[in-house]
Design a protein around this ligand. Structure first.
Ligand code: UDP
Ligand code: MG
Length: 308
């Protein structure tokens, strides 16, 4: 029988781990598949690990636990889970049941019927989310999709069913800072999306502050495009052109014997230049910091223990 691996990154999810296990096993036990659940404990500070270990001890062949030495972030947890997954099919799910397990049979069915390599899910509504967060999210998708070579679908969740080959391709990408929404589509393959309405988490609180999400969006843009870099080049080029013209005009005026207020022009020109240079340095710094991360070649996470 084929094996389905379910990868679940968890950070402070003591309230949801058991609920998740109940809900997901109820569905997959009825499917024509073997399954394994890989919980990744991303340095939780509550009882999450103990909840996971209780499940592992009760069902050792079904539940595996990867325990990180500290919080490394969801992307790292996802990567660790994918690396430990042995399934012919692999799915990634949040433990808060915002990714409805009831969709798994439908995803598999769709995959088999249409010969897809990936069946993803996308939310068509963002009900229950702060308005301002939805607005920023929509702008992000608009912006990034204008610039990058592959399309990041608005509202696409990380919740997706993938064939082994797709997972191997994702794991073959070696970059340090990982923006999974990008990596998932970057590898290509025949993909289909099932749509669903937003579901609020069963218990606990969201782990994403607005700032964390903003940072995440910025990472996505910097990692997948170099448009910001070109913007600064363009601005720099345009400014140099304008300033050359202005200097020529001033030269002509003073040659024609007209009085020009040199101080004002000089001061504003200097300030303007200063601003542009700072902006350009900032953008270069963004890329430099990414390069620095890659060059260091640090592991994305450290595993304290693997409970197989
Ligand atoms: N998560 C994680 N590490 C983190 C933050 C979040 O493993 O540093 C997990 C979290 O436990 C959950 C999933 O990522 O299973 C999605 O997080 P959350 O539900 O808080 O995000 P939201 O659904 O609000 O976007
Ligand atoms: Mg959630």
């Amino acid at each position: 029988m084929a094996l389905l691996s379910i990868v679940v990154p968890c950070y402070n999810e003591e309230l949801t781990v058991d609920l998740f296990y109940e809900a997901v096993t109820e569905v997959v036990n009825k499917m024509d598949l073997d399954h394994e659940i890989i919980f990744v404990n991303d340095g939780s500070k509550d009882q999450t690990l103990n909840k996971m270990l209780a499940l592992h001890n009760a069902h050792p062949s079904e539940v595996k636990v990867v325990d990180f030495s500290r919080n490394f972030g969801k992307e790292a947890a996802l990567l660790a889970g994918l690396r430990h997954a042995k399934g012919d099919y692999v799915t990634v799910m949040d433990s808060d049941l915002q990714d409805p397990p009831a969709y798994l049979p439908r995803m598999l069915e769709t995959m088999e019927k249409n010969g897809d390599d990936v069946v993803g899910t996308r939310r068509v509504t963002r009900a229950g989310e702060p308005k301002i967060r939805s607005w920023f999210a929509r702008q992000f998708y608009k912006l990034i999709n204008q610039w990058i070579e592959v399309e990041i679908v608005d509202g696409a969740r990380d919740f997706r069913l993938m064939k082994r080959q797709v997972v191997d391709s994702i794991l073959s990408l070696k970059e340090y800072s990982r923006f999974s929404k990008g990596l998932f589509v970057w590898v290509g393959y025949q993909t289909e999306y099932l749509e669903y309405e937003n579901i609020e988490r069963v218990a606990g609180e969201t782990k994403w502050s607005f700032f964390k999400l903003f940072r995440y969006a910025l990472d996505g843009i910097v990692e997948y495009t170099n448009v910001p870099l070109r913007l600064s080049e363009f601005a720099g080029g345009a400014l140099t052109g304008i300033m050359t013209l202005e200097l020529l005009v001033l030269l002509v005026m003073s040659l024609a014997g007209k009085a020009v207020s040199f101080n004002a022009v000089l001061l504003s020109a200097v300030l303007f230049f200063g601003g542009v240079i700072l902006l350009a340095i900032g953008i270069v710094g963004e890329y430099l910091s990414k390069t620095y991360d890659e060059v260091k070649g640090r592991p994305q996470y450290i595993i304290k223990k693997y409970y197989e």
